[in-house]
Design a protein around this ligand. Structure first.
Ligand SMILES: *[C@@H]1O[C@H](CO)[C@@H](O)[C@H](O)[C@H]1NC(C)=O
Ligand SMILES: *[C@@H]1O[C@H](CO)[C@@H](O)[C@H](O)[C@H]1NC(C)=O
Ligand SMILES: *[C@@H]1O[C@H](CO)[C@@H](O)[C@H](O)[C@H]1NC(C)=O
Ligand SMILES: *[C@@H]1O[C@H](CO)[C@@H](O)[C@H](O)[C@H]1NC(C)=O
Length: 366
């Protein structure tokens, strides 16, 4: 992990997954079981068909991580350029997104949890997660959003967080988990990029003071072979730097001081084998930041595409190729490129670490 990470493509996944399964069976131990298959995903519209659960279950992950937009809780108004209520254009007079009531949020979570594929996954795998804006309750919302306290409870109910869990008493849904026996430990740190986040163009804080204090303790805590930091929004991508002011996406790149603080904290913790996973943008991507001067190894950010959402679907089918053209023309800062995805979005990807017992499958739209 420390020096090289090889990117491979989807076709290899089943083969390597099979090897991993075998290895786990051989290394049965009295301690905690080895966790070698972790799947993650984001952006699942509870009202849309979710056939992807079948592929996820076939991969047989021991742990599944939600990275946000686990439901689309808020209400999206249609695009309207003219009329009394205008949702786009410089003359826009009403917001495009509005929060749903508590009852509506509950109903949406109910639909998501009742999905037959997801229900089966919950029986077979441990499911953990964090949230992003649409399950937090409002598109692009941050610390100012007042429904956050109620919505935190609903989100933790969805994840079956025990009633007496400290996570229900803190401000925000951040959490950490350590899996596996000594010598083969994986730590998963899930950040809350919503609850304490300052306004988007402020270059202020994403995590807020209490979460920074917690994160510092987590990173400086007992060493593990692998540390996965889950962030709903992309950590490494600098896409907004090249697409703005035409359009911006949410990312750590828009909070440069906060991101720098994160890199410095990882470096000063001297932790090995740290990488990021993220979601949010509706396309898959693997980005790399060569900050070997600080950490001794490059940092990777593996972004899952949407479980039901895809950038190509934003415009009608006959014109969908335009998204691919745009993706092709967009400078790929920080992105790992393969000849296979030069002309289409690189949605199928996986990372195989040097530690052959460990495998990450980045989830993609099928
Ligand atoms: C979710 O799916 C439903 C049914 O296909 C659709 O009407 C709705 O617009 C979708 N919502 C989002 C946010 O994509
Ligand atoms: C829950 O799922 C079952 C079977 O998949 C379906 O028959 C039922 O209508 C669902 N209930 C709700 C409230 O969505
Ligand atoms: C992208 O972000 C990295 C890390 O903060 C920075 O070093 C680099 O200069 C940025 N590149 C662009 C093109 O913005
Ligand atoms: C690594 O070096 C670059 C350029 O010399 C510097 O901008 C950056 O802050 C350094 N990173 C850390 C975490 O010290």
């Amino acid at each position: 992990m420390a020096t090289t990470i090889t990117t491979l493509f989807f076709f290899f996944i089943l083969f390597i997954a099979a090897l991993a399964v075998k290895e786990v069976e051989q290394q049965t131990s009295l301690e905690q079981p080895i966790i070698s298959r972790i799947a993650f995903g984001s952006c699942a519209n509870q009202s849309a068909p979710q056939p992807i659960w079948k592929s996820i279950i076939d991969f047989n992950p021991q742990v599944f991580i939600w990275l946000g937009d686990n439901i689309y809780g808020d209400i999206r108004r249609p695009y309207k350029l003219f009329g009394k209520e205008r949702t786009i254009g410089p003359w826009k007079n009403v917001p495009r997104f509005v929060p749903a009531s508590e009852t509506e949020m509950q109903l949406k979570y109910h639909i998501a949890k009742n999905n037959s594929g997801y229900s089966l996954l919950r029986k077979k795998s441990q499911v953990i997660g964090t949230w992003d804006d649409h399950d937090y309750g409002l598109n692009d919302a941050g610390k100012e959003f007042s429904d956050k306290i109620v919505n935190q409870k609903l989100m933790l109910d969805f994840l079956d967080e025990p009633q007496d869990s400290p996570r229900r008493k803190q401000a925000g849904v951040y959490a950490s988990y350590t899996f596996g026996p000594k010598g083969k430990q994986v730590k998963v740190i899930l950040l809350d990029t919503r609850y304490h986040r300052d306004p988007l163009s402020s270059d202020g804080s994403i995590l807020g003071d209490s979460q920074w204090t917690w994160l510092k303790k987590e990173l400086n805590g007992p060493k593990t072979e692998i540390t996965i930091i889950g962030s709903s929004i992309q950590v490494l991508s600098n896409l907004s730097a090249t697409t703005g002011p035409l359009f911006y996406m949410e990312s750590w790149g828009r909070f440069p001081r906060e991101r720098d603080r994160l890199f410095k904290l990882i470096a000063s913790s001297k932790r090995n084998g740290v990488f990021f996973i993220s979601g949010d943008v509706h396309f898959g991507e693997i980005a790399r930041y060569d900050c070997a001067n600080a950490t001794g190894y490059p940092l990777y950010d593996i972004t899952s595409s949407g479980l039901t959402q895809a950038v190509e679907k934003v415009i009608p089918e006959p014109l969908a190729f335009l998204v691919e053209v745009a993706a092709w023309l967009t400078p790929t800062t920080m992105r790992l490129i393969s000849p296979n995805c030069r002309y289409r979005s690189c949605t199928y990807g996986m990372v195989l670490s040097e530690k052959s017992w460990f495998l990450v499958l980045s989830l993609v739209e099928i």
